[in-house]
Design a protein around this ligand. Structure first.
Ligand code: D41
Length: 671
């Protein structure tokens, strides 16, 4: 006689095998009803033997209670991004770079369809799924375990016995097209909001706080990588096969190819296949097959040098251009904007598209009333690709580029050789003033939540704000006197402004809207100079020594602080009590305190890691060699920086010496 417990084990194994046949081999072995019967029997037995219920039982997909939010997860190994290429020539360049480094003839690649879904990382311990995390920014994602457990094609328990004790697998969660269509059909007939496209559908479904809702969404998964190396084969292709054996769905179109011709052949094959697939793909991914070769190639910034994504051309649609307006940006840049007859491009309704600048309008011969081709690629702003002059029913006049700013009437100026025209009104122009104040309040700047676009417009129009510094001199009665502004919201705003006075130098610099200074550059400037005063006094050479500051950025920063009006605004901000905090990452008192390092050439580790180690020892790491540089860490194939260091007599450290140094300072390079 079978004991109930033995039967439970048998049922789980049978269900697992059916799942494997169904989701991995796409070759179901039993009809759905039979599967349902086995499942029911297991549920009943588990009800009698509750102590035998384990989290990896197939009955336990939807169990978790609604969450309050998602907790952050730090990835043990960063989830890298892929470099994009768009042409055969760029694939040839990629293959040439790879073959040159490897120097072993034609390179073997694994070619994979590029799923247009959501990357996730799955961790298994002793064969059971213990964690699922989104990619996030690559270093930190969100814990979405409860939701991922509801995806039936993701194994809760691995098949077989030869899996490593800890296995981390990465792949893409997606929404199959048929599931998307039927979900939307049902949503429409129930008068609910349909999903915009399968990608958004997958992302939105994974971000549900209630796992039951995720369980009701048609999600699926394809594995594309294993992070774990020990106990796995040593090529990408074989690893994918091994992952299949363990129960992961792997895209059946994955192929092993050789050389450029293999790569392009696969691309064209998929191009043909694409319309008939039950999932969206946006390109193909080529990965050097051998892990030893991958290690030899290493990484650049956050992307591997051994892989590349060849994207399909972005999606295009045709619609009517109703008229052209211009927008005035924060720095006065005039951008012509196409107002369009609404059209759906890759699942999103587009009514506006950028025309970039006057030269582009002339080059593309775009005139109001034209039929135009609109392109939308991923998250970027839609653009007008070209007009279709052959479809003009009547003569259309060219669009006259305005001579004067539509907002303040100041002359529009265009510097020779520059494509961008600008309103010359400076901060006299309410549009520029509004944009710069809006920018000051945005999330990555001072994050003044109560200061929305409408309120900025009203404050500027009421003559209460000439610059961002005036924000801190607003009086309660001024604000409360505005239309649809109560005493309560007014006092909230003033309170928020008071809190904003305590701000990091990096955020304040970003908020000031210095041209070409984004978040990352602002942080570098803050880290290197440490105070507003030091930055105000920095010369071009000093600025050039900052990581990711080139001559153009340096010039903009330098000029910004030479402008009398900007100086006044800064003085006024500081006088109003804004206290920028410096956040030097450089640890005081480290063994390399006071040293300035520059990295060049191919190192054994990603540069970002070498930089972190040096910084953790107290050194500053900058982008270019100068007489202030203490040492240049030079890897393979170092070029002009090495020459300059030798010229200036700067100490040059090679990989071997660097390794010794790290050991000496007890830096763990495998962590
Ligand atoms: O199908 C995909 N979207 C896909 C994404 C894929 N087939 N392979 C991928 N491989 C990688 C590396 C080479 C870094 C392991 C990827 C991604 N990354 C990826 N997905 C999202 C960001 C990067």
């Amino acid at each position: 006689m079978f004991s109930g417990l033995e039967r439970i084990d048998t049922l789980r194994e049978q269900l697992q095998e059916h799942n494997y046949r169904y989701y991995v081999l796409d070759d179901p072995s039993v009809p759905d009803v039979e599967y349902d019967l086995l499942m029911r029997e297991l549920r009943e037995l588990e009800a009698v033997h509750p102590q035998a219920v384990t989290p990896d039982s197939p009955t336990q997909r939807v169990g978790a209670a609604p969450a309050e939010g998602f907790t952050p997860v730090t990835h043990t190994v960063s989830m890298l991004s892929l470099s994009d290429v768009f042409t055969d020539a760029e694939v040839e360049d990629f293959d040439r770079r790879v073959s040159t480094v490897l120097d072993r003839g034609e390179v073997t690649y694994t070619a994979e369809p590029k799923m247009d879904g959501l990357a996730v990382s799955l961790t298994y311990e002793q064969g059971s799924l213990v964690q699922a995390a989104t990619r996030g920014d690559g270093s930190r994602g969100e814990n979405v375990t409860a939701n991922v457990r509801t995806i039936e094609s993701i194994p809760l328990r691995l098949r077989g016995h030869d899996y490593p004790a800890v296995l981390e697998v990465r792949g893409e969660v997606y929404m199959p097209r048929d599931g998307f269509d039927s979900y939307n059909q049902r949503a429409r007939s129930a008068n609910e909001k349909p999903l915009a496209n399968p990608r958004n559908g997958a992302a939105g479904s994974l971000r549900q706080l209630e796992p039951k809702i995720t369980a009701g969404r048609p999600l699926a998964f394809f594995a594309y990588a294993a992070i774990t190396r020990a106990g796995l084969p040593d090529t990408q292709f074989e690893v994918l096969n091994r992952l299949r054996d363990w129960g992961f769905p792997v895209n059946p179109e994955v192929r092993r190819v050789t050389g450029v011709s293999g790569c392009t052949g696969f691309y064209h094959y998929l191009e043909e296949l694409r319309p008939g697939l039950n999932y969206d793909i946006d390109g193909v991914v080529y990965k050097v097959d051998s892990f030893d070769s991958q290690d030899e190639l290493g990484f650049v910034a956050r992307a591997p040098r051994w892989a590349v994504a060849r994207k399909f051309p972005a999606e295009e649609e045709i619609t009517r251009l109703l008229e052209i307006d211009v927008q005035v940006g924060r720095t006065g840049a005039i951008t012509p904007v196409a107002r369009l007859e609404p059209v759906s491009v890759a699942g999103v309704t587009v009514t506006n598209a950028t025309l970039h600048n006057e030269d582009e309008i002339r080059r593309k011969d775009v005139r109001p009333g034209d039929w135009v081709v609109i392109r939308r690629a991923g998250d970027v702003i839609p653009e007008v690709v070209r007009s279709l002059p052959e479809r003009r029913e009547t003569e259309l006049p060219e669009w006259p580029f305005p001579q004067n700013c539509p907002v303040c009437g100041s002359a529009i100026e265009k510097i020779d050789g520059e494509a961008i025209a600008r309103c010359s009104g400076g901060l006299f122009c309410p549009a520029q003033r509004k944009q710069s104040i809006r920018h000051f309040a945005t999330r990555k700047a001072l994050d003044i939540e109560g200061l929305g676009d409408k309120l900025v417009d009203m404050l500027v129009d009421a003559g209460l704000l000439d610059s961002v510094a005036d924000l801190f001199e607003l009086k309660l009665e001024d604000v409360a006197g505005l239309e649809r502004m109560g005493e309560k919201s007014a006092s909230n705003l003033l309170q928020q402004l008071e809190q904003c006075k305590d701000v990091s130098l990096a955020r304040l610099l970003y908020a000031l809207g210095i041209r070409e200074v984004g978040e990352v550059t602002a942080r570098s400037l803050a880290e290197v100079f440490g105070s507003m005063g030091a930055l105000e006094q920095a010369g071009i050479e000093d600025l050039l020594a900052v990581p990711d500051v080139g001559p153009i950025v340096a010039e903009h920063v330098y000029q910004f602080f030479r402008e009398a009006h900007n100086q006044m605004v800064i003085d006024q901000l500081l006088a109003a009590g804004v206290r920028p905090r410096s956040v030097r990452v450089v640890k005081a008192g480290g063994p390399l305190e006071g040293q300035v390092w520059v990295l060049t050439g191919t190192l054994e580790y990603p540069r970002s890691r070498a930089k972190k180690w040096l910084e953790s020892l107290g050194a500053k790491v900058t982008g270019s060699v100068s007489k202030n540089t203490t040492a240049l860490l030079a890897g393979e194939a170092a070029g002009s920086k090495l020459a300059k260091a030798e010229d200036l007599g700067v100490r040059v450290v090679d990989s071997e010496e660097f390794d010794g140094m790290l050991k000496e300072h007890a830096i763990n390079t495998t962590a």
